[in-house]
Design a protein around this ligand. Structure first.
Ligand SMILES: Nc1ncnc2c1ncn2[C@@H]1O[C@H](COP(=O)(O)OP(=O)(O)O)[C@@H](O)[C@H]1O
Ligand SMILES: [Mg+2]
Length: 251
């Protein structure tokens, strides 16, 4: 595309992050996503995908490098501050309160909003997720896997984030439900929310994404338009060849 590109919504520069200071898991990642894009983060198990997105969200220590939200340097900013700057993160597990009702899950997420905005925003979310609207007092733990993910997404959207990051929302779901969840994410993206999606469901995720990046051993090994990568053998190579780094082509 030429001329005016949308602004960069989130970027990392030389990001190094990990759970212990002498053990970097994410090893120098330059990543950026423009406003309105849907980018998937692919890569074999243990590549550091979850660590990467958790570091962006402020949930894993950053050793060096930067995380920018738009122009704002959020590298050293705590998670709740990042939320205020437009970042929402849906972790892979424990992303809802199973013993609480659907409504209470949403109320709790809405707590960060000014009081007068809360009920309107929850009503917006119910309009977006009719499955949840029909039974606000149902305990979240009673929901199906797909509906639980939708509740987790609804909670994240309460604050009207600019950028939504999801870590493997399709894990454990049947192929049909994966399609439904992905269709919902695509709709959210088309409504203007920039999305970073960590996925193992490569084919289904490439079908809804604009672009994909492939993380191998904590480094960004390849990236490209989703439509191109869908038929590119490098995707399989980077997955299968993860333990034979010598044979893995670099960009
Ligand atoms: N809480 C943790 N504490 C220490 N090491 C961890 C933790 N979580 C993950 N790791 C390690 O970080 C590496 C990358 O893991 P992860 O980011 O979960 O990869 P992926 O999401 O790509 O499967 C793995 O070697 C894993 O053992
Ligand atoms: Mg993971």
């Amino acid at each position: 595309m030429s001329g005016q590109q949308p602004p960069v919504a989130l970027s990392t520069r030389s990001l190094v992050a990990g759970y212990e200071r002498d053990l970097p898991i994410v090893r120098g990642v330059d990543f950026s996503i423009r406003a309105g894009e849907l980018v998937i983060v692919l890569g074999p198990n243990g590549a550091g995908k979850s660590t990467f997105v958790k570091a962006i969200a402020g949930l894993v220590p950053i050793h060096s490098g930067t995380v920018l939200l738009g122009d704002f340097d959020s590298t050293a900013v705590p998670t709740h501050e990042k939320i205020r700057h437009g970042l929402a993160f849906v972790p892979q597990t424990e992303n809802i309160f199973a013993t609480m009702s659907i409504h209470d899950n949403l109320l709790l997420a809405a707590n960060v909003l000014p009081k007068e905005k809360r009920s309107r925003r929850i009503a917006d979310l119910y309009a977006m997720f009719p499955d949840l609207a029909g039974r606000p007092s149902l305990r979240a733990g009673q929901l199906s896997g797909g509906q639980r993910q939708m509740l987790a997404v609804a909670r994240a959207l309460i604050v009207e984030p600019a950028v939504l990051i999801l870590d493997e929302p399709s894990a454990g779901l049947s192929p049909k439900i994966v399609q439904e969840v992905f269709a919902q994410l695509k709709a959210i993206n088309e409504a203007g929310v920039t999305i970073i999606l960590v996925e193992q469901n490569v084919k289904a995720a490439l079908a809804i994404a604009d672009r994909a990046v492939i993380l191998v051993e904590g480094q960004l090994r390849h990236e490209g338009p989703a439509a191109t990568l869908a038929n590119d053998p490098i995707v399989a190579e980077l997955y299968l060849g993860a333990r034979r780094s010598g044979e893995v082509p670099t960009p």
